[in-house]
Ligand binder design. Structure first.
Ligand code: CTP
Length: 405
C-alpha cells in the first residue's frame, strides 16, 4: 500500500511553516490501516465511516487524520460529497487549490518523494492561488472563504481565471445553502487569521456579508472600528491576560457595529452561535453605542456608576467598547470613555468588599434579600473611595442597616 502525507501540511513543509495538522492518505483501506496503527502504538481511534476517514490520537496527544485516496462527487452543489475509492492523482484533483493538492510519499523505499501533478510548487513560487478545475467553487462554496483566507495568510494573489470563477460563484446563492455550523466555521476561520482586516474588506467587496443578513452593510463606521481592533485586542491582552476573548467573535461584533437587535438576532440564528456567543453579540450594535454615549458625554460620574453600567458586559463586548473608544480618539473624541474604561478594567472590575454575607450575619443582621442590597451599596462605597478598611466597612454596614434603602 502507498501511504502519503497530503494537503496543507505538505504546502506548509514547502513554505517552511510549522503545521502539526497531519493528514495522511492511503492508496488502500485507510480505516483498516488506522486500526493497525492504533494497535501498534496504543493510539486512540475515531472512525467516520460515512467519509471513510479515521482520526488517531497518539499517546503524546499528536493527532493524525487518515483517509483512503478517493474521488468525490457532489450530488448537488454545496452538499457534502459522496466518496469512492480512487488513485492518488484523482484524490489530489478533487482538492481546492493547486498548493493544497500535493502529497509526499512515506513508504520507506520512496520516502520523501513529492507528488505534484497540478503545479502546486510552481504556484507556491509564483504566490498564486489557483483552482484545479472550473467547478471547484460550485462543488464546495466554502472554498470561496478558503481562497480569501489563504491569500491573506500567505500574501498570495488569486490567479486571474480563479478570481473570475470565485466572483461568479460569490454572485450566486450557493453560500446560502451551507448549514449554519459550516458557514460559521469558515467565517470564524477567516476572522481568526492573524490580521483579518483585508479579508473583511474582501468579504464586503464581494457582497458576501449578505449571507449573514441581507441588509448587513460594512459601513465606514464598522470599518473604523475594525481598523483599530488589533490595537484594542493587544491592549486587552496586556491589561487582562487572564481573560481570553474569542477574537473572531469580536471581529464579527465589530462588523455588526451598526446593526439593530433584529439583525443581530438573525445573524446569531444563521450561524447557530452558542448561547454565550449570542449573549456577546447582543451587545454588538446600538446597545454599546448607547453606553459609549453615556460614558463619553456624562460629565460627572462616580466610579460606582461606571461599574454598574459595565459590570454585566461579557469580555468580548468590553473589547469592542475599547475599540470604539480608540476609533473615537482618531477623530478627536473618546477621552472620557477611554479613561473610564481603563479605570474600570484595571482596578474596579475586580474590586470586592472585605465583608461577606457571613460577616453580616455575625454583625447580627437578619439574612434575606436586603443582604444583596447592603453588599452592593458597600461595594459602591468602596469603589467611590468612601470605605477603605474593614472597620470602615463595618461602620458603613451599621449605618446602612439602620436606615435601609
Ligand atoms: N480541502 C479541500 N477543500 C476544502 C477543504 C479542504 O480540497 N473545502 C483539502 C485541501 O487539500 C486541504 C486539505 O483538504 O489542504 C485539508 O483541509 P484543512 O485541514 O481544512 O485545510 P488546510 O489546507 O490544512 O488549511 P489550514 O492550514 O487553514 O488548516
Amino acid at each position: 500500500m502507498s501511504l502519503y502525507l497530503v494537503g496543507g501540511v505538505v504546502r506548509d513543509l514547502l513554505l517552511r511553516r510549522e503545521n502539526w495538522d497531519l493528514d495522511l492518505t492511503l492508496e488502500g483501506d485507510g480505516i483498516a490501516f488506522a486500526r493497525l496503527v492504533a494497535d501498534r502504538y496504543g493510539a486512540g481511534l475515531a472512525v467516520f465511516e460515512r467519509f471513510a476517514t479515521a482520526r488517531l490520537v497518539l499517546p503524546n496527544r499528536l493527532k493524525i487524520d487518515i483517509a483512503s485516496t478517493r474521488r468525490e462527487s457532489y450530488v448537488k452543489p454545496a452538499a457534502l460529497p459522496d466518496v469512492a475509492a480512487a488513485s492518488l492523482q484523482e484524490d489530489l484533483y478533487r482538492r481546492d487549490f493547486t498548493i493544497n493538492a500535493m502529497a509526499i510519499q512515506l513508504n520507506p523505499a520512496t520516502f520523501g518523494e513529492l507528488h505534484d501533478p497540478y503545479g502546486g510548487q510552481r504556484d507556491l513560487k509564483a504566490k498564486t492561488i489557483r483552482v484545479l478545475h472550473g467547478g471547484s467553487f460550485f462543488d464546495d462554496p466554502t472554498r470561496i472563504f478558503r481562497a480569501i483566507r489563504f491569500t491573506q495568510r500567505f500574501g498570495f494573489s488569486l490567479e486571474p481565471s480563479t478570481r473570475g470563477l470565485l466572483e461568479e460563484a460569490a454572485a450566486t446563492n450557493l453560500i446560502q445553502q451551507l448549514s449554519g455550523p459550516r458557514l460559521c466555521n469558515e467565517i470564524f476561520l477567516l476572522l481568526g487569521e492573524r490580521d483579518p482586516r483585508k479579508p473583511i474588506k474582501r468579504l464586503a467587496f464581494l457582497r458576501l456579508l449578505r449571507f449573514l443578513h441581507p441588509r448587513l452593510r460594512y459601513t465606514n463606521k464598522g470599518e473604523r472600528i475594525v481598523a483599530v481592533l488589533p490595537r484594542a485586542l493587544a491592549w486587552w491582552k496586556k491589561q487582562c491576560p487572564d481573560h481570553g476573548v474569542e477574537r473572531p467573535l469580536v471581529y464579527l461584533m465589530a462588523i455588526l457595529s451598526k446593526a439593530g437587535p433584529a439583525v443581530l438576532r438573525s445573524v446569531t440564528q444563521r450561524l447557530q452561535l452558542s448561547s454565550l456567543q449570542s449573549k456577546a453579540v447582543e451587545w454588538a450594535g446600538r446597545r454599546t453605542d448607547r453606553l459609549v454615549q453615556v460614558l463619553e458625554q456624562t460629565k460627572d460620574m462616580r466610579p460606582a456608576q461606571v461599574y454598574r453600567l459595565l459590570a454585566d458586559l461579557p469580555d468580548d463586548a468590553l473589547v469592542l467598547l475599547v475599540a470604539k473608544g480608540l476609533a473615537m480618539r482618531k477623530v478627536g473624541g473618546g477621552h472620557r470613555l477611554t479613561r473610564r474604561l481603563s479605570r474600570f478594567l484595571k482596578h474596579d472590575r475586580l474590586a470586592t468588599t472585605i465583608l461577606r454575607g457571613e460577616d453580616l450575619k455575625r454583625l447580627g443582621l437578619e439574612p434575606g434579600p436586603q443582604f444583596k442590597t447592603i453588599l452592593d451599596r458597600l461595594l459602591d462605597a468602596r469603589l467611590n473611595g468612601r470605605v477603605r478598611t474593614e472597620s470602615d466597612e463595618r461602620a458603613f454596614v451599621h449605618r446602612v442597616a439602620q436606615k435601609p434603602g
